[in-house]
Each structure stands twice: as C-alpha cells, then as structure tokens.
Design a protein around this ligand. Structure first.
Ligand code: DAH
Length: 373
C-alpha cells in the first residue's frame, strides 16, 4: 500500500486508475461467467473478490489519494466490487440450480427395481440358548470350559468310571475314530460333554466351577427326535463341603433364570451314572402349566402331557473314583455335576416338533428367533 498522502499532491495511484478498475471488473465478470461449476466459481471468487483480489487491493489504496480524489475513486471501486458481488451471487444461483437438476437425474433411485440384497440371517437358537445358559453360570462365577470333539476313549469313558463293558462304549452307540493300540487308548467322537469335566479337573486346582457347552455324537439315525450330532451342557463344581443340596439349589436357580421365577423348581429321581454317586434324573416343573394340569382334565397341557414335570437330564455327586482319577483328594473335596441336551430344551421351550428343523439350517426356521440375542 502506498503511504498516506499528506501533501495534497494530486498523485495518481496506478491501481485506482479508471481503466485499471474497469479492467479488473471485466476480468472478474469474465471469470465468473466462465465458471462451469461451483468449484470453479469458488476459485473465481477467491481470485476476484477475495482479500488479495485486484479490486480489494485497489480499495486499500484509496487512503493514499488526496482527499478531493477519494470520493470519486471510492465510488468507482465500490461500483465495480458491487457488480462483481452481484455477478457471483447470480452465477452461484444458476450453478446450484444446474447441480440440483443434475443430481435429480444422476442420483435417481428406481424403487421398482427387483430387490437384490441378501436378507440378514439370524443367529441359530441353539447358539443363543446355549449362551443364555452359560451366562447364568458365568454370572455366578463359573468359567466356560471346552474340550475336543474327537476325544480319547480314556477321557470319554475310563476316567468317568465307565468300564470296558459299559453299554455306552459299544459300537452301536459310539463313533470310533481309531481303535486302541498297545497301551494307547482309542479315539472316539465324544458321546457326551462329561470328558470336559475330566479335562477341567486335570487342568485346574479346586475350587473348580465350570460350565461346558459343546457338540456330541452318537450313532443314532436322524429322525424327528434323534440326531447323530447334538449339543449338551455340562456343569461341574468341585469344592470343600459341596453336597446334593448345593446341586439342587443350583438347578432351581437355573430353571428360574431360564423360564421365569414363579413356581419354577426341579425335582430329582434316583438314577444311575457311573461318574456320579448318588446319581439322579432331574426334572423341572412344566413351565407352561406349572403343574396345574396334573389331575385336571379341564386344563390339559400339551407341553408336559399333563404330567406337570419335564425331564431335563442327569446329575449327581461326583463319584470319588472320578476325583481320584483326576488327582483330587476325595477326602477333602466333593463335587456335583449335571448334563443335559440343548436340542431337547429348545424343543419344549419353543414348541419345536421336529428335531431335523434344528439342523437343516433353513433360514425360515432360524429367522423368527432372530430377535433373541
Ligand atoms: N453324560 C450323561 C449323558 O450324556 C449326562 C450326565 C449325567 C452328565 C449325570 C452329568 C451327570 O454330569 O452328573 O447321558
């Protein structure tokens, strides 16, 4: 900027000459008119209407003119800048309208086109139910434990006090992967989740509280109530002073958490399992009629066949021989365990009539369960 003129000499400031102002105005208007889109217009605006544009610089020179020349120069610069501002606004409006028009065409969506996105699947109810059961026990401090599905016979049978002549070992029930050779035990597809009890006891020191979900295999034909692959949940607690009463309280808590509190409880009926002593079959109150259908022909219950109870699975106090096989002193520690099938529970919990629906992976079956997380 030139220095303020105090001498009143009529000096001419180059930038303020009328022809310079005209030239700057014409250049600005030409650039604005030539801008083909909003980006180009933004550039034209910076070059011709920004703080360093020729007209802005000229404006700053006005102070350098003698006072009598300032008004006229001011008017001239002001008019030129006004013209540029108006041209910018008008061109911007035009370009915006053009852009909107183009977007309407280019980004138009044909809502009548066929739907080609794959529908979202749903988690399988076996997974969600199994996780729900795990959560109940994790909340009580249990740990989730897992084991291999191809299992050594020793873990699947021997360590669980199932002798060589135990009927479950027979080929009619068990998928054998490899026979026993020399002193090594054979390999089977595990027939239950109970071998995870053994693995848990060998891996940990008491107190032990584990919940073991997993897939198990038996040589059953696939039909409405059997499948050669199914899921079980196994629970094991080993601590000082554990009794059958702790098992009963744990089972009651589980069915109350799964089926809603009021009146939900379990009962134990004497049974036999080689790995528990005493052993029991566990039933839960029918969660539909809660026992009200028993001896009441006016209120029959399809879920429990009006028996009031639904069979869940097996349980008991861990056999001291099993503790010993795992290096745990049965004089000091005791434990309880249970195991049951998830498919069966899912079937009565959701009125699934055919077990094959659970394994066919048909999304029409799983989708209604999709709301459950
Ligand atoms: N493993 C048994 C089965 O598959 C079920 C079972 C019974 C598990 C008693 C247990 C138990 O933990 O204590 O038939």
């Amino acid at each position: 900027m030139s220095a303020p003129n105090k001498s009143y000499d009529p000096i001419e400031v180059e930038a303020l000459k009328p022809e310079e102002i005209d030239r700057a105005r014409e250049a600005a208007l030409a650039a604005i008119a030539a801008a083909g889109d909003l980006d180009a217009l933004r550039e034209a605006k910076a070059a011709h209407a920004g703080a360093t544009a020729p007209l802005a610089l000229a404006n700053r020179e006005i102070g350098a003119l003698p006072p009598q020349a300032r008004a006229e120069a001011g008017k001239r610069v002001g008019a030129a800048r006004g013209a540029v501002t108006r041209a910018l606004a008008a061109r911007e409006e035009e370009l915006e309208a053009e852009r909107d028009e183009r977007m309407l065409v280019e980004e138009a969506v044909d809502v009548t086109l066929p739907y080609d996105r794959r529908p979202a699947g749903a988690r399988h109810p076996l997974t969600t139910l199994s996780e729900r059961i795990e959560d109940i026990f994790v909340a009580m401090g249990y740990e989730v434990a897992e084991g291999p599905e191809v299992e050594a016979e020793w873990f699947n049978f021997d360590a669980l006090n199932m002798d060589l002549d135990h009927p479950a070992r027979a080929e009619s029930d068990t998928f054998f992967v490899a026979g026993s050779e020399g002193r090594d035990s054979g390999t089977v597809l595990r027939t239950h989740t109970s071998p995870v009890q053994i693995r848990s006891m060998l891996d940990r020191e008491p107190p032990i509280y584990v919940i073991c979900p997993g897939r198990v295999y038996r040589t059953d034909e696939l039909d409405a109530t059997h499948t050669p692959v199914f899921n079980q949940v196994e629970l094991l607690a080993v601590d000082e002073g554990l009794t059958m009463a702790d098992l009963k309280g744990t089972l009651d808590h589980m069915v109350q958490s799964l089926f809603g509190g009021e009146g939900m409880r379990t009962r134990l009926r004497p049974d036999y399992f080689p790995f528990t002593e005493p052993s029991a079959e566990m039933d839960m109150v029918c969660y539909v009629c809660r026992g009200a259908s028993v001896g009441n022909p006016d209120r029959p219950c399809r879920t429990c066949s009006s028996e009031g109870w639904i069979e869940l699975g097996g349980c008991g106090v861990v056999n001291p021989r099993v503790l010993t096989a795992c290096g745990i002193d049965p004089e000091r520690y005791s434990g309880f365990a249970f195991g049951f099938g998830i498919e069966r529970m899912l079937m009565f919990r959701h009125n699934v009539r055919d077990m094959r629906d659970l394994i066919e992976a048909d999304v029409r079956f799983t989708r209604p369960f999709g709301m459950e997380i």
